[in-house]
Design a protein. Structure first.
Length: 336
């Protein structure tokens, strides 16, 4: 274990990840990382603590002072609705030269869950912390947890770039119903999502089954992106339907790389898209997973729950008659 880093060490590069924040106490957990550990980590939340790490708890003012100078704020951002391949896309982009992929640091959740008056005191430094890399020619690509979309306008500075990832409601609902763990997560998050959605959409009633719960989850997360886009007119925002990406990953990966300003030629993109990442479960690389398997699982779940899914989609369509933001989301997804 090392000692707590000094200000110059924090500011110099991405070695000391600002992994977690206690906003009330004003303390930060820094974890020592290198390029290989960033590349390997599916998530930079507390699951990374299951392995030995070099962690140091330091006062927030020390971290804030370290990044108070004119540091970069040019991280690229990925926001998403959950279960739409954002981890895979982050991994694929992280294979490009000059890209440091940073996946779901807990600190972003911590600031998103804090009261606005408390969060305001931290937001000036967060883009700088997330933009640190290991070389002058590198760019950070930060993938946030889905509900962090609520504060996307606060995280992405003026002029910077963000990718918003989604799926059609039919595919999203099918993908949720296809997995036992995703249904458990769906039920666990139902209350918080209902509260978040109620800030934007008042016309959806209580869910009667898991398909409707998944439809409400979709509505919550995608209207968070729509609201963020409305507030981010001074940023560059691109949208991506994950299943459309899977239909031609080399081309779609190239589109995203060009949007983010990443250096990538056609042969390199094709090599990455044809590589082993496309056949593994991105959240747990020890498991096999692929675009074809995803499609099969969604098709099976959709067939087994056809009536419930049709009812959930009808619920969304009805609610959209009284909600401009939801109607826009459905139109974007081709479900208007």
């Amino acid at each position: 274990m090392s000692s707590a880093p000094i200000a110059d060490e924090i500011a110099r590069d991405a070695t000391w990840l600002a992994q977690a924040l206690d906003p009330a106490a004003g303390m930060v957990r820094l974890i020592a990382m290198d390029r290989a550990s960033y590349r390997a980590a599916s998530f930079l939340d507390d699951r990374m603590l299951q392995q030995p790490v070099d962690a140091q708890i330091v006062p927030w003012p020390d971290v804030e002072a370290a990044v108070s100078s004119d540091l970069r704020t040019d991280a690229r951002w990925i926001f998403h609705i959950g279960h739409v391949g954002s981890t895979l896309v982050s991994r694929l982009l992280g294979e490009l030269d000059g890209v440091l992929a940073v996946r779901e640091p807990r600190l972003l959740r911590d600031v998103a869950l804090s009261r606005p008056a408390v969060r305001e005191g931290y937001m000036g430094a967060v883009p700088k912390l997330m933009s640190r890399v290991f070389g002058d020619n590198e760019l950070a690509c930060v993938k946030a947890t889905s509900f962090v979309s609520e504060i996307a306008p606060e995280l992405v500075p003026s002029g910077e770039r963000a990718l918003f990832m989604y799926a059609t409601p039919r595919n999203y609902i099918g993908s949720i119903l296809a997995g036992e763990n995703s249904v458990i997560e769906l039920r666990q998050l139902a209350s918080s999502r209902a509260q978040r959605l109620n800030k934007r959409v008042f016309s959806i009633g209580p869910a009667r089954n898991d398909a409707q719960l998944a439809a409400i989850a979709w509505a919550c997360e995608i209207t968070a992106l729509e609201a963020a886009a409305d507030a981010m007119t001074e940023r560059q925002v691109a949208w991506a339907d994950f299943d459309a990406m899977l239909a031609d990953m080399p081309a779609e990966l190239g589109r995203v790389a060009e949007f983010f300003g990443f250096d990538a030629n056609r042969s390199r993109l094709q090599s990455i898209a044809a590589g082993p990442l496309m056949t593994r479960y991105s959240k747990a690389m020890e498991y096999d997973y692929s675009a074809s398997l995803r499609g099969e699982l969604i098709a099976e779940a959709s067939a087994a729950n056809r009536t419930a899914i049709d009812g959930a989609l009808a619920m969304l369509a009805s609610a959209a008659e009284k909600s401009t933001v939801l109607a826009r989301a459905l139109e974007r997804a081709g479900e208007d």
